[in-house]
Design a protein around this ligand. Structure first.
Ligand SMILES: [Zn+2]
Ligand SMILES: [Zn+2]
Length: 254
């Protein structure tokens, strides 16, 4: 399984891209601004998009992806998420006002996309991997994902605050080799992290205590311009087995 990081920032500016991970050629986890760096043929190869939640930094490129390659594809792109997330997309994005309703266009019989409900906690089985959604804690309904390939697994928290189920599932996964988790803010912004349901280094340290030793931990969704400060605070809180900053364009083969 090939995991290519397209975006790993909490925002934009300079070389920052928001959240998106390409798994092999055909699976996107979230559709942040990093998707815009793919070539047309890479965009056309995406058959599945799994969304962690409805926030714009995680879905913003989906409308453009469909508009760019929809007409040239032979089947709809399948968009997987829990019902609350798909409902938000239908009501607020693909509503015929912000963007066309590509679940019914160009024709209801052959649309550019389909909505596939994946309840929080459920698993979707694909030929190359199994993708399990895990409920996490955020300002809107949100999930993380555990992606299980033939040889190994990796996990992605999506946006989250303090949570337990994510760690329970990870600790029960023997072949877990990478965990990608967000840390959006500095410790000075603890109150902001609590209100917006994100993590800061102090909260992350508490979360990592719940994880059994084993996988490499990578940090994503850092506030643009504060990346080094956030990573320095994390190193102070977690001196042993310090997590690494996830970088755009990084590739993992597992
Ligand atoms: Zn969010
Ligand atoms: Zn986000």
């Amino acid at each position: 399984m090939k995991i290519r990081i397209l975006g790993a920032s909490g925002g934009i500016g300079a070389h920052a891209r928001t959240t998106s991970i390409l798994v092999d050629q055909d699976i996107l986890i979230d559709a942040g601004t990093g998707v815009g760096d793919l070539t047309i043929s890479e965009l056309a190869a995406v058959d599945h998009v799994f969304l962690t939640h409805s926030h714009l930094d995680h879905v913003t490129m989906l409308p453009f992806l469909l508009d760019t390659v929809g007409a040239g594809r032979e089947r709809p792109v399948r968009v997987h998420a829990q019902e609350a997330t798909l409902g938000a997309l239908q009501r607020h994005l693909f509503n015929g006002e912000l963007w066309p309703d590509f679940s019914r266009l160009p024709t209801p019989e052959a649309p550019f996309m389909t909505y596939d409900t994946l309840p929080a906690g459920a698993e979707h089985v694909l030929p190359s991997c199994r993708i399990r959604s895990i409920p996490v804690t955020h300002a809107v309904p949100a999930v993380g994902y555990l992606i299980r390939g033939a040889r190994a697994s990796f996990a992605f928290s999506g946006d989250t605050s303090v949570t337990d189920e994510f760690w329970r599932v990870l600790n029960a996964t023997d072949d877990l080799c990478h965990v990608i988790i967000e840390t959006s803010f500095l410790d000075a912004d603890l109150e902001l992290a609590r209100i917006s349901k994100h993590l800061c280094p102090a909260l992350l340290a508490g979360e990592l205590k719940k994880l059994k030793a084993g996988p490499q931990v990578h940090i994503t969704h850092l506030m643009p311009g504060r990346e080094e400060d956030i990573m320095r605070e994390i190193a102070r809180h977690v001196p042993n087995n310090t997590p690494k900053q996830l970088e755009r364009s990084q590739v993992f083969e597992i």
